[in-house]
Ligand binder design. Structure first.
Ligand SMILES: C[S@@+](CC[C@H](N)C(=O)[O-])C[C@H]1O[C@@H](n2cnc3c(N)ncnc32)[C@H](O)[C@@H]1O
Length: 295
């Protein structure tokens, strides 16, 4: 650990996108305490930032065991907050769902540690009722930012923070053609047939594979792809049409779509890389918020 008194506690730290974003924002002198339970995510964190102090399960964290915390970060699991439609019925357990109620652990630790600054992130697809519960608990309204301003991915998120954030990030106008690899390995290409939907359609084709409609979407390189998510099975990777043929995006492209440095997640399987990148934060969006600390 470095000799500094700026202590950051990151709950649900995943692969430590919080740490990447602090560096990107120009904040390099801090102690970083992380709460995470996924061994692959922790492996990636420790291989990139060996000084990270891993604290394990959020339920076991007590403020009394920690030094004074200056900044609390966290984006609790969103599975029960994201609205999904199965057989035309909207499913949403909200903040009481087994995963999403971990928000209350964030709240408990916020109240116990009383940091000067906090940042809490979650999906903008949650119901207004759930959003308002969080706003009331954190005593502020969220800022809504779509990662498509800094990358070629739609990722609509709420950020609750008391860090002064002036405006939205600048729109860099990046599209998929700017970030795709030119000759990805054969394992990323699909042999299945597809329906072509048009030169200027965001979803340019639908792939003939089994499963939910979302899995069949093949995105146009002239636009943005849908939100990267953690993988729940085969064929969940986002797909593009390149040289007239459909293929899944590569882990390197997933890194680029989250503004994560290239190769940051290497060292674990492709499946684990997709999974943690789908779970992660868009670095430039978080860095944009954290820059408020510097100013
Ligand atoms: C939405 S992801 C957040 C990812 C993170 N923001 C990043 O930068 O990669 C939620 C994370 O919470 C972790 N998690 C789930 N239950 C937990 C618990 N009880 N204690 C600590 N972390 C937990 C998951 O393993 C997952 O990595």
């Amino acid at each position: 650990m470095t000799k500094t008194h700026f202590n950051v506690l990151s709950l649900f730290d995943g692969m430590s996108c919080g740490q990447l974003a602090l560096h990107k924002a120009g904040i390099t002198n801090f102690n970083y305490f992380a709460s995470e339970i996924d061994k692959y995510a922790m492996r990636i964190t420790q291989s990139n930032y060996p000084n990270t102090v891993q604290l394990g399960n959020v339920h076991n964290i007590k403020a009394n065991d920690l030094p004074h915390i200056n900044l609390l970060l966290g984006g609790s699991p969103c599975q029960n907050l994201s609205q999904t439609t199965i057989n035309n019925i909207k499913h949403n357990q909200g903040l009481q769902g087994d995963k999403s109620r971990l928000f209350y652990e964030y709240l408990r630790i916020l109240n116990e540690t009383k940091p000067k600054y906090f940042l809490f992130e979650n999906v903008a697809s949650m119901t207004n009722a759930n959003r308002d519960v969080i706003s009331q608990a954190l005593e502020c309204e969220p800022i809504r930012i779509n990662s498509n301003l800094t990358t070629a991915q739609d990722r609509d998120r709420y950020y609750w923070t008391n860090i002064p954030v002036a405006a939205q990030p600048i729109d860099k106008g990046i599209v998929l053609a700017d970030i795709v690899e030119q000759n990805p390995a054969s394992k990323y290409w699909y042999a299945q047939s597809f329906d072509y939907l048009g030169d200027n359609e965001k979803v340019q084709a639908t792939l003939h594979i089994k499963g939910h409609d979302i899995l069949k979407r093949v995105y146009n390189l002239k636009g943005k792809c849908g939100t990267l998510t953690c993988l729940k099975g085969g064929n969940h990777q986002k797909k593009v049409l390149q040289d007239g043929k459909p293929r899944k995006l590569t882990p390197l492209e997933y890194e680029r779509l989250q503004n994560v440095p290239e190769g940051y997640t290497s060292g674990v399987s492709d499946t684990q890389r997709y999974n943690m990148l789908g779970n992660g934060w868009t670095i430039d969006v978080i860095a944009h918020i954290l820059q408020g600390l510097v100013k």
